[in-house]
Design a protein around this ligand. Sequence first.
Ligand SMILES: [Zn+2]
Length: 123
Amino acid sequence: MTHFLRLYVAVVCSLRSEQPNGLDTGGVRLELSKALDLWARNSKLTFREINSDHADILVYFHRGYHGDGYPFDGRGQILAHAFFPGKDRGGDAHFDEEEIWLLEDDSNEEGEWIRNFPIPVEE
Ligand SMILES: [Zn+2]
């Protein structure tokens, strides 16, 4: 007899960059939580935000070379990347700080961040 077990994995997430590109940190966190909600609805993950380097997902804004072998390229093209859950950088999400990121309030384009939030792909 086969039992199917549906696992909902609780993930803790933390924004580690303060005021990336001059954006309001509170606004970024709000958009991040919306993106994670959307992600949660489409996966078996639930997310909770904490303020710690030990979160499963660390969200950073970086520019150019930032030490993980996937350099950003300035404005355009590569916007962000994320690592599949695992050790060290696993699950972390990096955003290209040199892109023009808009918070929803700043623009008419709804959900800019949600569309841009990187969903991890296996390497
Ligand atoms: Zn990176």
